[in-house]
Design a protein around this ligand. Structure first.
Ligand code: GDP
Length: 358
């Protein structure tokens, strides 16, 4: 499954956040025999629709979609030069599908900031610079090879052009993700460049920042159009120890109405370009993860590869129509349930029953 790699400068709260993520791990909690990798946190995607569906279908249980975060060992300036941690760090990032940077905005004189002060823009710049330098190194090696190939194989010329364009973007200090409308993503894919990955920013803040609307707006604008999530990593860890009532009180005391991990799961899911569709029955109401733009047979394939191969039709009703009708039978009677074929592109929140041959 797709993952977000957590990166950030030392002492910004990565471990604190990651511990909260793993303590909230749905695999650890629900699947005692699942293989749990120590550096992966699999968290549920909060979805209020599941509770509603479970009510309508009298489902025994609710199964949410999940989002996976991978803890990537600390980045330090000079990582791209391959010093010590550097190589391992870059290899780990290469495997992740998106980058989740934790940025410190909490003030605490007892916690040393590596650069001596809290400065989000400079922290982002530091990480970007390391990733940009790493990509430039990759291109320095790849371009001569592509030039040689392009000389003999005409089909390779576009790949060379894309690589040269990428180098130009990186030389100007921008990430390939920031310049994604200017570069040819599909042609660059074979080079596994790091800065083509989408970014998500987590601001590890304290109450002062979390309740300061002007500051939040400023930080949101700093990283836009990437998603920004604001949370207090220490509080997130504490919340998981508390009962519902005490957790709510603690959140309210820092001006929040939901755990930051919920917002983080949603933003992570969004950054990865994913969406969900729903199935419901007496056994379970469940959210399934698909890529945006997935067709009905591809969606069926997430449940079982046989469903994709033997796909005949999908019986689809939108969540809102189903809730309004109150039952599947009423939704059918109201003409809200559609029969969709193999070209149907799934919409978020479709409630589906697949018909297939086995
Ligand atoms: P990492 O190096 O990025 O993994 O950072 P850690 O998670 O180890 O945190 C570094 C220090 O900052 C630890 O002493 C944490 O307790 C502290 N810390 C982490 N998050 C917060 C926070 O939100 N507020 C405050 N005041 N301290 C924090």
């Amino acid at each position: 499954s797709l993952t977000l790699g957590i990166v950030g400068l030392p002492n910004v709260g990565k471990s604190t956040l990651f511990n909260a993520l793993t303590r909230n791990d749905v695999l650890a909690a629900n699947y005692p025999f699942a293989t749990i990798e120590p550096n992966v946190g699999v968290v549920p995607l909060p979805d209020e629709r599941l509770g509603r569906l479970a009510g309508i279908f009298s489902s025994e249980r609710e199964v949410p979609a999940t989002v996976s975060f991978v803890d990537i060992a600390g980045i330090v300036k000079g990582a791209s030069e391959g010093a010590g941690l550097g190589n391992k760090f870059l290899a780990n990032i290469r495997e992740a599908n998106a980058i989740c940077q934790v940025i410190r905005v909490f003030a605490d004189d007892d916690v040393v900031h590596v650069d001596g002060r809290v400065d989000p823009a400079s922290d982002i710049e530091t990480i970007n610079t390391e990733l940009i330098l790493a990509d430039l190194q990759t291109l320095e090696k790849a371009i001569p090879r592509l030039e040689k190939e392009a000389r003999t194989v005409k089909d390779r010329r576009p790949a060379l052009e894309a690589a040269n364009k990428a180098r130009e973007v990186l030389d100007s200090g921008r990430t390939l993700f920031a310049a994604r409308s200017e570069v040819d993503g599909p042609l660059l894919r074979e080079l596994s460049l790091l800065t083509t990955k989408p970014f998500l920013y987590v601001f590890n803040a304290d109450e002062g920042v979390l309740t300061d609307e002007a500051k939040l707006k400023e930080l949101r604008e700093l990283v836009a159009p990437a998603d920004a999530v604001f949370l207090d990593a220490k509080v997130e860890a504490e919340l998981l120890e508390l009962d519902e009532e005490s957790a709510r009180e603690l959140l309210e005391s820092i001006g929040q109405h939901e755990p930051g991990l919920h917002a983080l799961a949603r933003a992570g899911f969004h950054t990865l370009g994913l969406q969900t569709y729903l199935t419901a029955g007496p056994k379970e109401s469940r959210a399934w993860t698909i890529a945006k733009g997935a067709t009905a047979p591809q969606a069926a394939g997430v449940i079982h590869t046989d469903f994709e191969r033997g796909f005949i039709k999908a019986e689809v009703v939108s969540f809102d129509d189903l809730v309004e009708a109150g039952s599947m039978a009423a939704a059918r009677a109201a003409g809200k349930v559609r029969m969709e074929g193999k070209d149907y592109v799934m919409a978020d929140g479709d409630v589906v029953e697949f018909r297939f041959n086995v």
